[in-house]
Design a protein around this ligand. Structure first.
Ligand SMILES: Cc1cc2nc3c(=O)[nH]c(=O)nc-3n(C[C@H](O)[C@H](O)[C@H](O)COP(=O)(O)O)c2cc1C
Length: 210
């Protein structure tokens, strides 16, 4: 069976970014895929030490020191990878960046994730709070590993580039800003995530030939 995984870079399990990933994975499931949500906060991930061992062999010198090898196994067995991050200062979270750095061994000697399907999504407080830049950082990471990346654009419907985009912003009237309680109240956040999930699943099915 085709497997699609979601990876959440938030320190807050089950919150906005996780809900967007769940919405995306739910659509992949409807298309017959097996799905799994992985929360980076469940894993111990040390900083990359810059030892460059991964230039010579596809292995990380930290392999036995923390949980990163467990995540690498999940990445290797999946046909589709959706990465989600909250926006922290217009970019991915520190946790997500450390995860990305530690994935370097998966591409240096041989691009082990090449040919899989991928997608990005981001959640921020503000309406234009850095979701695009964050999605771009994720898309760049996925492309650097040779994944075929899709966004939430479908033949009919919403026209959003790059990835799923969620926000807490509700309105600003007379200088007073109001906020949504959660991404569940953000139609754009949920719909772009769902469309992304469908597109990643469809592409993964096509690419795998299964
Ligand atoms: C350190 C930090 C930096 C943040 N930077 C931004 C930002 O640049 N733009 C923005 O709109 N929201 C920013 N936020 C708000 C988060 O993106 C927002 O709360 C998001 O919903 C968190 O996702 P989560 O619920 O999945 O943890 C920041 C929050 C924190 C804690």
């Amino acid at each position: 069976m085709i497997k699609i995984i979601g990876i959440n870079g938030s320190a807050r399990k089950g919150k906005n970014t996780a809900k967007m990933l769940q919405a995306a994975l739910g659509e992949a499931k409807k298309l017959g895929c097996e799905t799994e949500l992985l929360e980076l906060s469940d894993y111990r991930i040390h900083f990359c030490t810059g030892c460059n061992r991964c230039l010579k062999e596809h292995r990380c010198s930290q392999h036995e020191q923390d949980d990163m090898h467990k995540l690498a196994e999940k990445l290797l067995e999946a046909e589709g990878i959706i990465i989600g991050s909250p926006v922290y200062l217009d970019n991915v979270t520190g946790q997500m960046k450390v995860f990305m750095d530690r994935c370097r061994w998966l591409k240096m000697v041989k691009p082990l994730l090449c040919g899989k399907a991928g997608g990005a999504l981001a959640h921020a407080a503000l309406r234009n709070g850095g979701q695009e830049l964050t999605n771009l950082a994720i898309v760049t990471f996925l492309m650097a590993h040779g994944l075929a990346v899709v966004g939430p654009i479908e033949e009919k419907g919403a026209m959003f580039p790059l990835g799923g985009v969620g926000s807490m912003f509700e309105s600003q009237k007379g200088g007073k800003v109001t906020w949504k309680r959660s991404v569940e109240a953000d139609e754009i956040g949920i719909e772009t995530s769902k469309a992304l999930g469908r597109n990643v699943a469809r592409l993964a099915i096509r690419l795998s030939g299964k």
